[in-house]
Design a protein around this ligand. Sequence first.
Ligand SMILES: Cc1ncc(COP(=O)(O)O)c(C=O)c1O
Length: 457
Amino acid sequence: MSALAPRQDFPLLAGDPRLVYLDSAATSQKPGVVLDAMREYYEHDNANPHRGAYALSARATERYHDARVRLAHFFGVSDAACLLFTRGTTESLNLVAYAWGRHAVRAGDEIVVTGAEHHANFVPWQQLAHERGAAFRIAPLNATGTVDLIQLRSMVSSRTRVIAFPHVSNVLGSMNDVPEIARIAHEVGAIAVCDGAQSAPHLPVRFDELGVDFYAASGHKMCGPMGIGVLIGRRALLEEMPPFMTGGDMIRSVGDDRTTWNDLPHKFEAGTPNVSGAVGMAAAADYLDSLGMQRVRDHERALVRYACERLAALDGLRIYGPDPSCERSGVVSFTLGEIHFFLRDAGAFESFRRQFDAARPAQLVGIAERIQHQRAAGRNDRRKMLLGPDHHLRDRDETRGRERLAQQCVDFFAVTRWCEVIRRFKEQRRDLRRRNERLNVDRLRRLDVGATEVLVG
Ligand SMILES: Cc1ncc(COP(=O)(O)O)c(C=O)c1O
């Protein structure tokens, strides 16, 4: 399988040929064109925008505006003023929970999230529910890790004000039926809030066709810079809800007793904006469009199939989430029985580290990876899977007695090499055991995973 984008497009990857980066779901590496665009902005057009009176500020304003228009096009938003710049998905979702939530949710109302939420789309709603005296409900997932639509439909009522859900799960890679969830919300007069952090980098997203009321995404997960993201909302809602933060730029007039708000999008963008971030995120959209988001999606499908095939061939390895033949995204979570002390539990992992006075084996062979603790508990004999947000795991009472699974979230890049690492690591351990020797740092360092193609998409 050939790479969709050359490694050379990414200075960090080009500069370190041994690095296999497996943490793109947390943040992607940045193509040179994004870094160039930000540098070019600072070298030629930097000033505080919306100050109007001099040419440089006018240019900065124009660059910021152009970035918004570019991203509105990327996300299929016909009304560019409804695309707000934020610091990222977390801030976008907080904006909705604070500004819309405190305006619209009352005691006795219901807030529905799902069992697949990232903290960013869970905690703000939980807090809102506490504050307003609203009921907080968690919609279960079905066996493939998507929201169970039958159960969701039976949970909502005319008291439901909001259904918040992820487009794509950051744990299982499962993909939700967004228009259908939006329909379920609208049928009972609720709004639909979609966390797009893991879909924006991987799928063509057309906000106008999704049917949701709000959609949030982060620039840094889609080849753009950190510290910038978007919240896209329906104009009627954005106009009726109060601002999130107050200060400069978001005001129309300020009197001693009263302040009025600026038009969209400025009403929700208080203070000096992150112009270089917006420019960088727009350059990332150009980059992704140059690959073609449909090609990114098709490539990812092929990689997930390949990854799951290769991983499934490893003894004792169990993959979680939808079957690769389903519509699913590129996060593959698994546990590996035999080396569970290594993958399964951070505590055990720490003792492993101390024992060998070493960094993680995976790091020693140049692999950046991330271990996520999640729980996946069989809820009933239909093997329903309910994934709790990470905070459940920190609550020892909640998790005691349940199967605790550490899940290795492997982005689809470089799966080949990861399989090789696991296979060789296991082989090496077996050999050492046979010879009654112990694994040590030097031996781990010598673990050579071979020259397999690294795919960057
Ligand atoms: C599904 C999902 N939602 C929200 C977030 C939070 O994104 P950010 O940290 O960019 O605000 C993440 C980050 O991993 C995510 O995967």
